[in-house]
Design a protein around this ligand. Structure first.
Ligand code: NAD
Length: 251
């Protein structure tokens, strides 16, 4: 039985997509929530939706790739709820193009949010988790970080970096009872993947052994498991949630 009664949880990039579904799930299990995002309108709308369901929720507007924002985000959680129990490093962006055309700004932007943002928020959160001697950090990697993907050298590198970061953190923090795991989603239907042309989307779906796109809730369920004591002996693990898309015979 998974429950998160009174656990304080931060979800970055929480205003929509996988982050929002994760907040809904964690809230339903009893967690107190911080919706961290850069988009004021969607952040406030998500906080209102969570509160309507009776879940405690506060907004935090900021950019995870800025150190001062990461520090203030974690402080906001501590000040509101008195602890920082769960951090979900979910904020992520893509700037897809073939390597031969990739501008340095496209490389830097993706690394800054996906990898540096994960480092900054984790570093800020463990300050409190180390004092508490407990905590669960869940990082969003990607199948592109496991396998690579054409047109995504920047994104694949950032998400492979998240995998290495997760494993090193798990080793450093295990003695303080802080667990650090990652989820590597396959193709999930969100605004991020909306931009992909319909024909290519159908091709991707057909290559997935379970023959469907993942839903944000598929990832939220995996986050809830890794956030909870049901996974108390799991750290440094990369959980692939991809409908079998990672199997050698897939596609
Ligand atoms: P999304 O684009 O729908 O939502 C991302 C959210 O992050 C947005 O609300 C955005 O405002 C916020 N955000 C972006 N930059 C930010 C920053 N610098 N600081 C704070 N917030 C910021 O994305 P999604 O599809 O829900 O993906 C969520 C995570 O899952 C990402 O890390 C993504 O790389 C990963 N992922 C997604 C898929 C997929 O198929 N959708 C697959 C693998 C991995």
């Amino acid at each position: 039985m998974i429950e998160l009664k009174d656990k304080a949880a931060i979800v970055t990039g929480g205003a929509r997509g996988i982050g929002k579904a994760t907040l809904m799930k964690l809230g339903s299990l009893g967690a107190k929530l911080v919706v961290a995002d850069m988009n004021e309108e969607t952040t406030n709308a998500t906080v209102a939706e969570l509160k309507k369901l009776g879940y405690p929720a506060i907004p935090f507007l900021g950019n995870v790739s800025l150190e001062e924002d990461a520090v203030k985000l974690v402080e906001a959680c501590q000040n509101e709820y008195g602890s920082v129990d769960i951090l979900v490093n979910n904020a992520g962006i893509t700037k897809d193009t073939l390597l031969m055309r990739m501008k340095k700004e496209q490389w830097d932007a993706v690394i800054a949010v996906n990898l540096t943002g994960t480092y900054l928020c984790t570093q800020a959160a463990i300050k409190y988790m180390m004092k508490q001697k407990s905590g669960s950090v869940i990082n969003l990697s990607s199948i592109a970080g496991e396998n690579g993907n054409i047109g995504q050298t920047n994104y694949s590198a950032s998400k492979a970096g998240v995998i290495g970061f997760t494993k090193a953190c798990a080793l450093e923090l295990a003695s303080r009872n802080i667990r650090v795991n990652a989820i590597a989603p396959g193709f999930i239907a969100t605004e991020m993947t909306d931009a992909i042309p319909e024909k290519i989307k159908l091709g991707i779906q057909n290559s997935i052994p379970l023959k469907r796109a993942g839903q944000p809730e598929d990832i939220a369920n995996a986050v809830a498991f890794l956030a909870s004591d049901a996974s108390s002996f799991i750290t440094g693990h990369i959980l692939s949630v991809n409908g079998g898309g990672f199997l050698p015979g897939a596609g």
